[in-house]
Design a protein around this ligand. Structure first.
Ligand code: PEP
Length: 249
């Protein structure tokens, strides 16, 4: 799977154009690789319209766990489902760091996304200080366990996990294939223990993935794809990453 997180970028015309370009440029590969785009919430409907007949799936960048109510400014899981979203990113490091979201709150979101019939893309990752202090694996596995509190899975395909080292997001600094593989293997083992059969859950890597480094990352046995930020705003670059994912199958 390759998912593009457009973050808080693009006006309406550019968002619709990018959706069309991604749909066209990934058309062949999207038969073999799950391709998703996660536009800003306000453009979900317009982008849904563009990708509806293509192989590109729609994702949202965030959600509130309640189904409705007095939560000014928030968007509920059933609303995202109704607009056509199949995936919802939860626990992105920007939400955790800039908006103070705890893993307990992320777990509420993950449960609500599943209950609404969509798949959470659950993000976990350590900071540079945590890595340099030798705590990366403990931090990531701790976040994973807390962010999955109370989550039950009927189908392992209903959950996607993204390992995103915070120090690699938007910095141009990527985890080495070895660093990524080591963490993915630990995450996979934890998921298998937590869910039984959980080894089938897709684990994406995120953090400055580009066409130039995608192939070596995808060559790692426990990397099932990528969550792409900056490079997902360029249809050619995003399509090249999708093509690298397909070539690694
Ligand atoms: C992200 O924000 O999820 C991300 C991986 O960003 P970038 O690819 O720009 O590092």
């Amino acid at each position: 799977m390759v998912a593009g997180n457009w973050k808080m970028n693009l006006g309406l015309a550019d968002a619709v154009r990018l959706a069309s370009d991604v749909a066209r440029e990934t058309a062949d590969d999207a038969r073999a690789v799950t391709v998703a785009v996660c536009p800003p919430t306000i453009w979900l409907e317009a982008v849904a319209e563009r990708v509806r007949t293509s192989g590109v799936a729609l994702g949202a960048q965030d959600v509130h766990p309640e189904a409705s109510g007095a939560f000014t400014g928030e968007v509920a899981p059933p609303m995202l489902r109704e607009v056509g979203a199949r995936y919802v990113i939860v626990g992105h490091s920007e939400r955790r760091q800039l908006f103070g979201e705890s893993s307990a709150f992320v777990a509420e979101k993950a449960r609500a996304v599943l209950a609404a019939g969509m798949a959470p893309i659950l993000c976990v990752g350590e900071t540079l200080d945590e890595r340099e202090g030798g705590d990366a694996e403990a931090v990531v596995l701790g976040q994973l366990a807390e962010s999955l509190d109370g989550v039950a899975l009927d189908d392992p395909a209903g959950l996607v996990v993204a390992y995103e080292p915070v120090w690699a997001i938007g910095t141009g600094r990527t985890a080495t294939p070895d660093q990524a593989q080591t963490m993915h293997a630990a995450v996979r083992a934890a998921l298998a223990e937590r869910f039984g059969g959980g080894e089938k859950i897709e684990i994406l890597y995120g953090g400055s993935v580009k066409p130039g480094n995608a192939a070596e990352l995808f060559a790692q046995p426990d990397l099932d794809g990528a969550l792409v930020g900056g490079a997902s705003l360029d249809a050619d670059a995003f399509a090249a990453i999708v093509a690298a994912a397909r070539a690694s199958l």
